[in-house]
Design a protein. Sequence first.
Length: 226
Amino acid sequence: MLKPLLARRTEISGQPDRRSLLAAGVPSPKEQQETGPVRAMHASIEMKEEMTMATKKSSQGSSKGLEDLFYDGLKDIYYAERKILTALRKMAKGAESEELKAAFEKHRDETEGQIERLQQVFDAFGKRAQGKTCPAIDGIIEEGQEILEEFEEAPALDAGLVAAAQSVEHYEIARYGTLVTWAGLLGLKDAVPLLEQTLKEEKATDEALTRLGETGVNERAMQQAA
Ligand SMILES: [Fe+2]
């Protein structure tokens, strides 16, 4: 048969800990010194404070809607695109094969256009263009940087870079897909085609990278490693 919590905890330590005492409703030494009415008053103040905090929290949360989500998403991808631009420059420099270098350079130029397009989306939304730190893209780019450093001059370098770049594209595809939908729901008619155009470019880049992987890069990594 299960023993009560207080009894079990007491057996282990020899002395009941404070958590067990609290669970059993035993007052602390300070609380024991307080008389009944004083203790009741303190409990009531604590309860009121907790309720005020909970009300504040829920009212802050309830005032946020799809517009706030959309604005947050825009700031996130604006930050991401600018980080990606720098990363693509490094990846184009680091890639071994000419085809992969060319693919990274092409997408670097597209990314410059995508950043400008995002500024137009901010305009259409009536907000100032600004970025918000995105730990997800920071992590994905950091992994690409690790490939550049750890596989420098290695046969598998390009295969690793294709994989790293595809992780970036998949992140962007997810983000832009969501933003297109939300822009439509918010009636931002000017923003939808701008976001759709970028989404199309990201998908095309992803497909181009898949082709590069399938038509040489991965195979080269295997042959050279053998
Ligand atoms: Fe992009």
